[in-house]
Design a protein around this ligand. Structure first.
Ligand code: AMP
Ligand code: ZN
Length: 468
């Protein structure tokens, strides 16, 4: 079957292949850094991480650009209110975004770019659009005239014909000719930060930022453009209008959009106030990898309802994976190879890859691995899992973790490293041998206090980290 994605532009599943060889040129709309990013935003960024890792696992190379929107109405309002420069205000939230992304193990795009460092290129793009008669000026601001771009609406598939000129009341009453025309350049309002440019003193609109930075670093036609579904209209529709009006070429070949993270039937959003930041959840004792697991194991085109119970279930799933890895690494198995079990492993591996290939169906992919783990665990219990099955099982677990990346525990503050834990366990075993049971119990309790649970089994002592 091969890798295929649902393309918002064509509304179909399409086999994926990049325009040039094995390099995928991808653009992602990054965050607006006026506040801490919430985990709804991180659902979209986590989907992009799964996309990245799947492309890499299929042998592609990536040229992935993500922007940081560091000039925008809310940013300006907050910065002015706090008497800070834009840069002073946004740098704190940009850093927080990068830190949170790292905690969630989101691979860094090859290039992260700031809107405010591309003002000249934006001015130039607007001048070129003006030269091609796609713009008009009103009260010092410059607008894109969507009636000048015949394909407007092709991404969002909205029937826009009904409300063009006829729906207008009296254009003189409005600053825009058509209510849907969007701003390319905003004239400075009193007290606002602004750039002095050949277009006048002002700042760029949000949409032009992405068109300019995507094309600057990735070329006029890029392979994949991603974002959350709320960006389809108007943001991505406007990006297409600007870019294609400039170049006459298709702007992006595959448009992939992540569905929302919901809370009790509503989109998680800053304006509704129903959001958690990563910091909020870490403060409640949840591990970053539980949050990552929850956000990524529901396929990206399905809405996902956020609950704390969901996070607990995610932690339990991770624990199952880690315990299996522990058994695999530490138990002694009989000589030989169980052929049926090996066949099960190969079937699971195939299903895992087919799940990801099918428009990143992470639920199918993960289910295949868990099914195998269940069977392998009972084969271990009954002595049917043999030493020869170990490498195949380890490979399956490694290919799972190359995408989901949850096996490694995040070192918590004051937490213990694996070797410190092993050393404490050895000391406890020594104490038990010499019948110092109080000391042995003390070591066990100390470990528990640090979040490490010991289990005495026939094969020896097993340990695991407690998941919150
Ligand atoms: P913003 O900083 O508002 O531009 O949002 C950054 C990214 O997060 C965009 O791709 C949005 O579409 C996405 N986003 C915002 N809210 C949610 C949500 N509740 N669930 C999933 N993605 C979201
Ligand atoms: Zn964008």
């Amino acid at each position: 079957m091969g890798l295929q994605f649902y393309n918002t532009l064509t509304q179909r599943l399409e086999p994926f292949s990049p325009l040039n060889g094995k390099t995928v040129r991808m653009y992602t709309c990054g965050p607006t850094v006026y506040h801490y990013v919430h985990i709804g935003n991180f659902r979209t960024f986590s989907f992009q991480d799964i996309l990245r890792r799947t492309l890499l696992a299929r042998g592609f190379q990536l040229e992935h650009v993500m922007n940081i929107t560091d000039v925008e109405d809310k940013i300006i309002r907050n910065a002015v209110a706090q008497g800070k420069s834009l840069q002073e205000y946004t740098s704190e939230y940009t850093k927080a975004f990068l830190d949170d992304s790292a905690l969630l193990r989101l691979e860094r795009p090859e290039r992260m770019v700031l809107a405010t460092e591309h003002i000249n290129e934006m001015v130039e793009a607007i001048q070129r659009l003006a030269a091609k008669s796609h713009t008009y000026e009103s009260e010092g601001s410059i607008y894109f005239r969507i009636a000048s771009f015949k394909d407007y609406g092709k991404l969002s598939h909205m029937n826009l014909s009904g409300n063009v000129a006829g729906a207008r009341v009296d254009v003189d009453e409005y600053e825009k000719d058509d209510a849907r025309d969007f701003v390319l350049w905003k004239a400075q309002k009193p007290g606002e930060p602004a750039w002095e440019t050949p277009l006048g003193t002002g700042r760029p609109g949000w949409h032009i930022e992405c068109s300019v930075m995507a094309m600057k670093y990735l070329g006029e036609t890029i392979d994949i453009h991603t974002g959350g579904v709320d960006l389809v209209f108007p943001h991505h529709e406007n990006e297409i209008a600007q870019s294609e009006a400039l170049t006459g070429k298709p702007f992006a070949r595959y448009w992939l959009h992540a569905e929302h993270l919901m809370v009790e039937g509503q989109k998680m959003s800053k304006s509704l106030g129903n959001f958690y930041t990563l910091r909020d959840l870490l403060g409640k004792g949840y591990a970053p990898e539980s949050i990552r697991y929850l956000l990524t194991t529901t396929p990206y085109r399905k809405q996902l309802n956020f609950t704390l119970d969901g996070l607990k279930a995610a932690a339990a799933s991770i624990e199952r994976l880690r315990n299996f890895q522990y058994r695999l690494d530490n138990e002694n198995f009989g000589e030989g190879l169980s052929e049926p079990l090996e066949a099960r492993q190969e079937a699971a591996s195939k299903k895992f890859n087919e799940g990801l290939d099918d428009d990143l169906n992470t639920a199918e992919a993960a289910a295949a691995v868990f099914e195998y783990i269940r069977e392998a665990n009972s084969a271990m219990d009954s002595g049917q899992f043999l030493a020869g099955n170990r490498p195949g099982a380890a490979r399956l677990l490694a290919s799972f973790d190359a995408i989901f990346d949850v096996l490694r525990p995040t070192a918590s503050e004051g937490g213990m490293s694996d070797s410190e834990i092993e050393a404490a366990i050895a000391e406890r075993q020594q104490a038990r041998k010499s019948k110092q049971f109080a000391k042995a119990d003390q070591i066990r309790n100390d470990l528990l206090a640090k979040g490490v649970i010991l289990e005495d089994t026939r094969e020896g002592v097993r340990w695991k980290r407690k998941q919150s």
